[in-house]
Design a protein around this ligand. Structure first.
Ligand code: UD1
Length: 388
């Protein structure tokens, strides 16, 4: 494995170069780990990336990660996410002992993150979890992510909780590792893309000929009948002159189904996956977003974009408390009622569109990077000085 090295003395006069590695499997992991990688690099500790291949089309350069050394694990996502975790775990169990990192960092709740966490534990590599403590308190919603979160948090030495509610979940679970509230690094990325946070309210809802929705739906729980119900709601809304941009996810099964259900619907435009910048722009241009995504629940409040969440439960209740989003599930009547109500009631829509920061202030990554270094200094340097 090629570790990036820096010849100059470390900031603070230290000569020790730590070896920090990340596991990156999916687009949201790349989005949220990019600012952490850059914050570590700014402290003289550029991380090495283990890219699992869970999302085969993932381009590191789309997320400003191309400058970091990387090992490709060649473990594409599997229909059975548990099998995928096993593949990542096996690949890393072979690689980590060859040149062990001082710290392995995983993010979120993907099968890549779980595989990385298990491999770290089994090879004795300390583990940090970015985005720790999220809980829907229902092992099936979302599955397997809720189980993955609980398992990773139990294994981690360092737990970076985005919010105080996430930290409370971790205390309730009596995790053994050290918990720090940092904010979500996904909000740091928004600050890079749209400018300093908090944003000023920008939406006016001047009378327009049509009301515009942006819709994303990719969660496993919504495959099958959930997609049928959502498509039914969108057809009804389109008949009421509500224009809908439906974002097709990379998953071909979901894309084929949505194309079959909505390909010919008037006022509905099906669009291919967008770059993160284009996605944020599309969210800001929509009057209302409908989504089952986790990351979009964090981004919408910060951008001041009203959001209806196409799920029955969320692990991000902070967005509900802030008034930026509502849970509507996938019942067509409930979705249509909520959209029509908000189209009529502009005051309610405007109240949902006040930019707010329940998931972090945009400075999570430097906090996470500093904590990682403090942990390594405390852990490694005393041992080094004993053997010197
Ligand atoms: C159920 C759930 O919440 N699952 C998790 C999932 O992602 P999550 O559900 O957030 O995954 P998505 O695929 O929706 O990715 C969301 C991110 O991708 C961006 N986007 C979306 C569509 C598009 O065409 N282009 C684009 O750039 C969004 O702006 C957002 O930043 O993995 C994340 C990373 O571990 C976790 O934080 C989430 O908890």
């Amino acid at each position: 494995m090629a570790w990036a090295t820096i010849d100059a003395p470390k900031p603070g006069g230290k000569l020790r170069q730590y070896r920090i590695a990340f596991v990156v499997g999916t687009r949201p992991e790349a989005i949220k780990l990019s600012p952490v990688a850059h914050a570590l690099a700014a402290l003289g500790e550029p991380p090495h990336l283990f890219v699992t291949g869970q999302h085969p089309g993932l381009e590191l350069s789309d997320h400003r990660l191309e400058g970091f050394t990387a090992t490709l694990l060649d473990c594409p996502g599997q229909p059975d996410p548990m099998l995928h975790s096993e593949l990542v775990r096996g690949a890393l169990k072979r690689l980590l002992p060859l040149d062990p990192p001082d710290l392995l960092i995983v993010q979120g709740d993907t099968s890549s993150a779980l595989g990385g966490a298990l491999a770290a534990r089994e090879t004795g590599v300390p583990l940090a979890h970015v985005e720790a403590g999220l809980r829907s308190h229902d092992p099936n919603l979302p599955w397997p992510e809720e189980e993955n979160r609980v398992a990773i948090d139990r294994l981690a030495d360092l737990l970076f909780a985005p919010t105080s509610g996430n930290a409370a979940n971790l205390r309730r679970d009596k995790v053994a590792g050290e918990v720090t509230i940092t904010g979500n690094s996904g909000i740091d990325v928004l600050a890079e893309l749209v400018g300093p946070l908090p944003l000023k309210p920008q939406r006016r809802w001047w009378p327009r000929s049509h009301f515009k929705l942006l819709v994303t739906c990719h969660r496993r729980e919504n495959w099958g009948s959930g997609l049928d119900r959502l498509a039914k709601a969108i057809r009804v809304l389109a008949e009421h002159n509500i224009h809908c941009e439906m974002l097709l996810p990379p998953n071909p099964k979901v894309t084929e189904r949505m194309t079959a259900l909505l390909g010919d619907a008037p006022n509905v435009k099906l669009i291919a996956p967008l770059s993160h910048f284009a996605m944020i722009d599309a969210m800001r241009r929509a009057d209302l977003v409908l989504s089952d995504s986790g990351g979009i629940q964090e981004e919408a409040p910060a951008l001041g974009v009203p959001l209806l969440v196409l799920r029955d439960k969320t692990e991000r209740p902070e967005g509900l408390t802030s008034g930026s989003m509502e849970l509507v599930g996938t019942d067509p009547e409930r979705i249509v009622e909520a959209v029509m109500r908000l189209r009529r009631d502009r005051a309610a829509l405007r109240a949902m569109a006040r930019p707010c920061l329940p998931f972090g202030d945009g400075r999570a990554a430097p906090r996470i990077a500093r904590h990682c270094l403090t942990f390594l200094e405390d852990r490694i340097e005393p041992a080094d000085s004993l053997t010197a």
